[in-house]
Ligand binder design. Structure first.
Ligand code: ACO
Length: 323
């Protein structure tokens, strides 16, 4: 017995401007071949001038409301994962709250970089299971294009902009892995690894700064930590790899996704992959992949879905849910 946080709706929004890998050949010493073979990325969407993270999030939120057959008044809380809030404060989530026309309840941001959506899901799950909210909109939205050093070929070709939203609703569960909704959560961080992935700006520097990444180092941590956290979450849920219908990983690099799937003994047919079209959209990548996977008819009600992500911090984690 107990309250489960059950998926009621999902939606996403991608900026109109699509940039193919070949575009970068004009300004950087890089190639479509290099980007494709090292990362699996073929194209990404970039926000228009003046288009902010909250703008993208509002559109994703509207799409999720429509998918759920709900209006903004039906939502008790918005938990938004982002590292690229429009302003230092207020929370981008409150801008989304206003933009959706939601005049009650509460909204706040969660900052765990690329793992942000996992941490936001964990927060929403806690709010629902403790009775503090009945319906929570969980958003992952980013404009990482604003953090790029466009002269740094080792990072600027990897990231994209976008937003995804999930609506979770309280529903009575039996307390077993047969329940629909969030079944388990595994969260981790280790601040000793700050220097391999960070933005060299912020309030302490007086400028926004640029993303800096030691790609190889991050890659090494990613494969090990992502499979470990997914295993841990599955174990907490009382499930094994064989029970998994869909792995929905953070979309940073196809080689990381393949290596993680292999460690979980999951064939690629059971993995939702969007990195080729979206690039790394940080906290937006998982809700984008959930929305695309659902819209394509792959993820169906009752399916066991494992999500996992790692990002700056390092921070990483996994959520297992039955759709
Ligand atoms: N085009 C051409 N060459 C390039 C480019 C480019 N765009 N970028 C780097 N190179 C060069 C490098 O300079 C290097 O040259 P060198 O050998 O002469 O020094 C060479 O390519 C190889 O670079 P590596 O770093 O060894 O390439 P690798 O195979 O490791 O792939 C990549 C790089 C794609 C960044 C990979 O390491 C990666 O994906 N890392 C993890 C990123 C990640 O998962 N991030 C997730 C979290 S993101 C977040 O939280 C914000």
């Amino acid at each position: 017995m107990g309250m489960r946080a059950i998926v009621r709706g999902v939606g996403h929004y991608l900026p109109e401007k699509v940039v193919e890998n070949a575009e970068f050949e004009k300004t950087l010493d890089t190639s479509d071949e290099w980007i494709r073979s090292r990362s699996g990325i073929e194209r990404r969407c970039l926000a228009a001038e003046g288009q902010t993270t909250s703008d993208l999030a509002i559109r994703a939120g509207r799409a999720a409301l429509e998918n759920a057959g709900l209006t903004a008044d039906d939502i008790d809380a918005i938990v938004m994962a982002t590292s690229t809030a429009d302003l230092t404060f207020p929370a981008a989530a409150t801008m989304v709250q206003a933009g959706l026309g939601m005049t009650r309840g509460f909204a706040f941001d969660v900052q765990a970089v690329c793992a942000g959506f996992i941490f936001a899901l964990a927060n929403a799950n806690a709010l629902i299971s403790t009775g503090q909210a009945r319906r929570v909109m969980v958003i992952g939205a980013e404009t990482f294009s604003r953090l790029m050093d466009w002269e740094d070929r080792s990072t600027c070709v990897l990231f994209g902009d976008g937003a995804g939203a999930l609506i979770l609703e309280a529903g009575e569960g039996a307390g077993t892995a047969a329940d629909r909704g969030i079944l388990s959560v595994d969260l981790n961080s280790d601040g000793r690894h700050k220097d391999i992935l960070y933005v060299d700006g912020g309030v302490s520097t007086g400028r926004t700064g640029h993303l800096r990444m030691a790609g190889k180092e991050v890659f090494r941590h990613a494969v090990e930590k992502l499979s470990d956290t997914a295993h841990a979450a599955l174990e907490k849920a009382g499930l094994t790899g064989e029970d998994v219908d869909w792995l929905v990983p953070h979309q940073a690099n196809l080689r990381i996704i393949k290596a993680t799937a292999q460690r979980l003994q999951l064939p690629m047919e059971r993995v939702i992959v969007t990195v080729q079209d979206h690039g790394n959209t940080s906290a937006a990548s998982i809700p984008l992949a959930l929305s695309v996977g659902s819209a394509e008819g792959k993820i169906q009600p009752g399916d066991v879905v494992v999500t996992e992500a790692i990002g700056g911090g390092l921070a990483w984690g996994s959520v297992v849910l039955r759709w």
